[in-house]
Design a protein around this ligand. Structure first.
Ligand SMILES: N[C@@H](CC/C=C/[B-](O)(O)O)C(=O)O
Ligand SMILES: [Mn+2]
Ligand SMILES: [Mn+2]
Ligand SMILES: [Mn+2]
Length: 301
């Protein structure tokens, strides 16, 4: 089996510097060799170089910031991820901010139209152009993927290919009012940290998969935003929120998804190596690598 690492040094979906350095830190922590150790044939053709669009050429559209840049980058990522998936490889996208998931999931759905999405995050990332307060597009990718909200012509390439019953969230705890309404109105299944506390992570993952993959026969795209983890576990990330997943809960999710044998694509997003102190950065990068390993077959026994 081949895993294709797609390094995406991109920060245009959010304002903090440094998240574009996530991929290089993850690779330099030894991720390629770690995956080879697990028996994977690893394809890594270097980090993608995204063409810049100057701020002067990319004024906000409504509230949306860097819209043309985000759109262009995500469109190219969709082609790359879709290409790897169509080659029968497993694309492992390293972010970079979570707006990239507009590209990765579009790519996966092109190769696997019946794929379901397991979205691990403190946030729902489902704001539309109308509901966003920040205008940061890393808070919006899911709305484009399911095709809700006013159309933004720059994003016309994003097909509404994700059905609302094919996505499930785990780890939510910082949702905007508009997003709560969208989740409710679209009957989108979401397991917050309340549910994790109430049922335990094992039951939550089972219920999540029962919802999006009842017969365990659909390919799974796992999109993991490291801010789903508690900030004590992954401090170096742009939008940390207290009360998150423990180290083990995060890794359990990845192990359980691997156990299904249905993993088709993986995103490890929002590692920003420029925010915490040295120890916190090393810890966050190491957890990004270990989550990837767990999702790709590393077991404890
Ligand atoms: N909901 C907030 C936060 C978005 C967080 C995005 B992240 O999950 O990708 O970190 C916003 O819309 O700005
Ligand atoms: Mn490539
Ligand atoms: Mn996110
Ligand atoms: Mn998040």
């Amino acid at each position: 089996k081949t895993v294709a690492i797609v390094g995406c040094p991109f920060r245009g979906g959010q304002p903090k510097l440094g998240v574009d350095k996530g991929p290089i830190h993850l690779v330099e922590a030894g991720l390629v060799d770690q995956l080879k150790e697990l028996g994977w044939n690893v394809k890594f053709d270097g980090h993608h170089q995204f063409e810049e669009i100057s701020a002067a050429d990319d004024p906000p559209i409504g509230k949306l910031k860097n819209p043309r840049l985000v759109s262009k980058v995500c469109e190219s990522v969709a082609k790359v991820v879709g290409g790897h998936a169509e080659n029968g490889e497993l694309p492992l996208t390293l972010g970079g901010d979570h707006s990239l998931a507009m590209g990765t999931i579009s790519g996966t759905l092109k190769a696997h139209p019946d794929a379901c999405v397991v979205w691990i995050d403190a946030h729902a990332d489902i704001n539309t152009a109308e509901t966003t307060d920040s205008g940061n597009i890393h808070g919006m990718p899911v709305s484009f993927l399911i095709g809700i909200g006013e159309k933004v012509s720059e994003f016309a390439w994003v097909k509404p290919a994700l059905k609302t019953n094919r996505i499930v969230y785990i780890g939510l705890r910082d949702i905007d009012a508009g997003e709560k309404r969208i989740l409710r109105e679209n009957n989108i299944k979401a397991f917050s940290m309340h549910h994790v506390d109430k049922y335990g992570i094992g039951k939550v993952v089972e219920m999540a998969l029962d919802h999006v993959n009842p017969n365990r026969d659909l390919p799974i795209h796992l999109s993991f935003d490291v801010d789903a983890l508690d900030p004590s576990v992954a401090p170096s990330t742009g939008t940390p929120v207290r009360g998150g997943l423990s180290f083990r809960e995060g890794h359990y999710i990845c192990e359980a998804i691997w156990e299904t044998g249905l993993l088709a694509a993986l995103d490890i997003m929002e590692v920003n190596p420029s925010l915490a102190d040295g120890e916190g950065v090393a810890q966050t990068v190491a957890v990004g690598c270990s989550l990837a390993r767990s999702a790709l077959g590393e077991t404890l026994l």
